[in-house]
Design a protein. Structure first.
Length: 384
């Protein structure tokens, strides 16, 4: 079918589900620390840990924040693969056509002009792509190890292009240490921000660069609500405003560090799933008029217990990250019966799926999926 997706609630017909194949490590360098700053700052021991250094042939990026790797235990990856495949099968059982990225081959690292990095598989594919109607927009990544992630989606994107989709790639950042705006971490209370105060110099420094993820955007017909917390994000939104002028309206908010889809999701026109009343207060005035379902408090027994050397990358609210199949049907983590009951009380059918290690791999059901075709999805005006 032709690419067509303007919102997150119209009947889902085609979707891409990510792949976890060959996920082996987290690379704990500057871009990783800044991206996951909120969660890592709560794990004080993270900054005292010793990891395996990544050695570059010419020492690229080996300044004050040299790269290191935090291996992920094999059993977690095996269980992650099982759960991702289960999500794909559930969607197929709901008559949704499921596309998959090319799996990551056994490639340990890549190197650009400015830095080396391990390579991550295309798992949280919502992050580096934004689907707006009939256009694919590859967004400029914020984490070095994800720089080439959309290359593994080429076959899927090529298929939609051949059927008439537009296909745009936003300017790619060089991503030297000086490219990153550290102000969010610097103004955040309680976290150790000293690691970002003296970035390594590089002959490729250009100042702050645009970096923004698709998961920072809430799509509402012709309206986009986009979370902005750094100069990198602001530059990305500047580009989107110019590129989309006359077709979409952009509403900037500052709600969280980056991704918005574990803070607020639109389940249908006029109804939001929201983390807390405080988040609701930060929404644009037209959205504050919508009805809201506030997510129940996460229960600690909903999550596996982990060892001290396992990195936890998301808040316990990650399970708010649901995926709507239509205006009445929502995929929900089976570990969250209270969230399912809450949605059912509001007339939804909650379809349970298993996703055990969402906190270790930084994403929920919405993160793992990229909806490409939603029947009847149009650029309506929902925020007039």
């Amino acid at each position: 079918m032709r690419l067509n997706s303007y919102d997150g609630w119209s009947p889902l017909q085609e979707v891409v589900v990510g792949s976890a194949e060959n996920y082996t490590t987290h690379e704990t360098e500057l871009s990783f620390k800044l991206f996951f700053y909120d969660q890592l700052s709560e794990q004080k021991s993270f900054y005292d840990r010793q990891y395996y250094p990544v050695i570059s042939p010419r020492g690229a990026g080996q300044g004050p924040e040299a790269s290191a790797q935090s291996p992920i235990k094999k059993r977690y990856v095996e269980e992650l693969n099982e759960d991702v495949e289960g999500i794909a099968r559930t969607l197929e059982s709901l008559s949704v056509t499921v596309h998959r990225p090319m799996p990551l081959a056994d490639v340990s690292s890549v190197e650009t002009l400015a830095w080396p990095a391990a390579v991550l598989p295309p798992l949280n594919i919502r992050d580096n792509t934004l689907i707006l109607g009939d256009e694919i927009i590859e967004t400029p990544p914020q984490v070095r190890s994800r720089y080439f992630e959309t290359q593994l989606l080429k076959k899927v994107f090529q298929g939609y292009f051949e059927q008439g989709a537009r296909w745009t790639v936003m300017p790619r950042p060089i991503m030297t240490d000086a490219s990153f705006d550290p102000s969010y971490a610097e103004r955040s209370p309680g976290g150790p921000a000293e690691f970002i105060k003296e970035p390594a110099s590089s002959p490729y420094d250009t100042g702050f660069e645009m970096m923004i993820d698709g998961a920072q955007c809430l799509r509402l017909g012709r309206d986009l609500m986009i979370n902005v917390s750094t100069a990198n994000h602001a530059l990305g939104v500047d580009w989107l405003e110019r590129h989309l002028a006359g077709r979409f309206r952009i509403h900037r908010v500052s709600i969280t560090d980056n991704h918005i889809d574990s803070m607020v999701l639109a389940l249908r026109p006029g109804l939001l799933l929201v983390r807390t009343p405080r988040v609701a207060e930060l929404l644009p005035e037209p959205l504050r008029k919508w009805d809201m379902i506030f997510a129940p408090e996460p229960e600690i027994n909903a999550f596996p217990s982990y060892d001290d050397d396992d990195l936890v990358l998301t808040s316990p609210y990650i399970d708010l990250n649901v995926l709507s199949v239509d205006q009445e049907t929502v995929l929900v983590n089976e570990a969250c019966p209270e969230l399912m009951r809450t949605l059912e009380r509001h007339g939804f059918t909650a379809v349970p799926v298993r996703h055990r290690h969402r906190r270790l791999f930084g994403g929920g059901l919405h993160c793992f999926t990229l909806d490409t075709v939603r029947r009847g999805s149009t650029p309506e005006d929902y925020l007039s």
